[in-house]
Design a protein around this ligand. Sequence first.
Ligand SMILES: [Zn+2]
Length: 284
Amino acid sequence: MTTQKKSPIGAHVPVAGGLGTGGLKYAAEIGAEAVQVFVSNPRGWAQAAGKPAEDARLREGGLPVYVHAPYLVNFGSPNPETLAKSLESVTHALARGREIGALGVVVHTGSAVTQSYELAMAQIHETLLPVLAGLPDDAPSLLLEPMAGQGAMLCATVDQLGPYFDALEHHPKLGVCLDTCHAFAAGHDLAADKGVEECLDLLVATVGEGRLRLVHANDSMDVCGSKKDRHENIGKGHIGAEAFGRLLGHPSVAGVPFIIETPGRSAEPHKADVEELKRLRDQD
Ligand SMILES: [Zn+2]
């Protein structure tokens, strides 16, 4: 019997029809209790201005809101143009996030590509710390999302968040978004008996309590340690439903929203994933 604060279960929602109107309509259709949105093209650098009425609708919609920064963002990149655009893009996402009342902006932890790990981390300190330092109190948190571990990724396993937090001086606006598919791909065997516990205990030992602020709940098409980032619907992959049940009952995730980013071109599979996570959360 668990008495801990329940995690809202939600989804990354499409925003066709408007950030507030379209996003909340989809959320209602699938039973989402939290939403994540893109505020600009996720595969480009172009920044989009908000529509005040839509922003207000989302802000007043009653659901916790998160923003996912574009995929191209990489603060570890040796390419000065990519670095400059990453900075502009994340600054924009944080400003837009504040306008829509978002609690966090998710950013991939990135890759050193061809430069050294040390240079990449120094660059993160120089570029990203001033962004955090300039955030007003009511701005969203910046949530670092560790990756699946391919190539020169700066952070895949949760212990690798340690140097990242050091580089950003453990700023209070810094948090973590744990993607279960990425963690599993990086080698955290969430499907093993004590896998969830070990991963979360290591995360808390590395960055401290209160830093895990969002979970991307995705099952995995590939086996543990594959370094492949291919999301699967909840309970249909190698992580399995039981692991999500254990995750939802762990004290470190009390009240932390879960967002699915699972496959499906219609609302049906997303609705099923949200329902399955709610069932796992509410069991006992
Ligand atoms: Zn994710």
